[in-house]
Design a binder for this molecule. Structure first.
Ligand code: R5P
Length: 307
């Protein structure tokens, strides 16, 4: 029995590459958005008894894409033999705890809804935190795009490892930057970032940047995602004071709100390199091959046959 891969405009380019990689049939889900903002979803294919992979990123507008995902899953799970959901960018993962008293842990609600559709597994890339994934009561496969981002730098940016420092803007990215630096065989540092939980304002402790370790070096800021660009731009502003030679930025999910791509370049970054979990001008690194390899083995594990 063959596998059907369903997607919408949210992930169409990525999903069609993935379908060819897997030799799966690609079905483009028809989505209409009415003037009041409601989405209407139609799946133009009989899915009875089929194995289905739903590929749908939940980047901005996050709520619209999330609702569309729920609608697709509700339809697919009623008729398909097996359903696997691949959410390249998992929105709401940053709302993984009660930061201020009384806040809703939104990713837990999202997880409950997605898991209610009898899915065999969830696949995602570089989820914001392991805590966010812990709310999903189905097998979760969290794939790292860091090797692909590092490979891009090795192949397309002339990097001298002895003259390069990878930089995490915050402590939450320490393991990520360590993995990236290992692949580039360069040093890394972790900055101390804080965000005002009421205003959202970002600041970086300037003492977490040692001028000695960065002077005349190439700094590569590594983050899981760029949303408004505030974290990265604040890091760039601080790094510039350390007299580093050049600054690059890399991340998995480039949401690029408020013209963030241009603002990051204007702030002084030489280039911004992201994966294509989310479409953006920075999304230069294709994850479809890596996703395909993982999905082939995930299918074999959860559906007890491979394609
Ligand atoms: C935060 O912990 C994340 O890793 C990102 O650094 C952050 O969410 C990026 O958001 P923004 O671009 O709005 O600063």
């Amino acid at each position: 029995m063959s596998v059907i891969l369903l997607s919408t405009e949210s992930s169409k380019g990525l999903a069609s590459c993935l379908a060819s990689r897997l030799g799966a049939e690609f079905v483009d889900v028809d989505v209409k958005v009415f003037p009041d903002g409601e989405s209407k979803v139609r799946i133009p294919k009989q899915l009875d008894g089929k194995d289905v992979i739903v590929v749908h990123s939940t980047h901005p507008p996050v709520d619209k894409h999330m609702m569309q995902l729920f609608f697709i899953l509700s339809k697919v799970s009623r008729v398909a033999a097996n359903t696997i959901v691949f959410i390249p960018y998992l929105g709401y993962a940053r709302q993984d705890r009660e930061f201020l008293e009384g806040e809703v842990v939104s990713i837990s609600t999202i997880a409950d809804i997605i898991c209610s559709y009898n899915i065999k597994a969830l696949i995602t890339f570089d989820a914001h935190s392991m805590l966010a994934l812990s709310y999903f009561k189905v097998p979760v496969h969290n794939i790292s795009a860091i090797p692909l981002l590092a490979d891009y730098f090795l192949k397309h940016v002339s990097i001298d490892p002895n003259n390069t420092v990878a930089v995490s803007p915050d402590a939450g990215g320490a393991l990520r930057v360590e993995e990236f630096a290992k692949l580039l065989k360069c040093k890394y540092i972790v900055l101390k970032k804080s965000r005002d939980r009421v205003t959202g304002e970002v600041s970086i402790d300037e003492h977490s940047i040692s001028k000695d370790s960065l002077k005349d070096k190439v700094a590569i800021i590594v983050d899981d995602m760029i949303s408004t660009g505030s974290s990265v731009i604040t890091a760039i502003d601080n790094l510039k004071r350390s007299e580093c030679k050049d600054i690059y930025v890399t991340c998995t999910h480039a949401l690029m709100l408020n013209d963030a791509y241009k603002r990051i370049l204007d702030a002084g970054a030489r280039d911004v390199i992201a994966s294509n979990t989310v479409p953006s001008p920075a999304s230069k690194v294709d994850i479809s091959d890596l996703a395909g390899k993982n999905i082939t083995s995930i299918l074999a594990t959860h559906i007890a046959k491979s394609i």
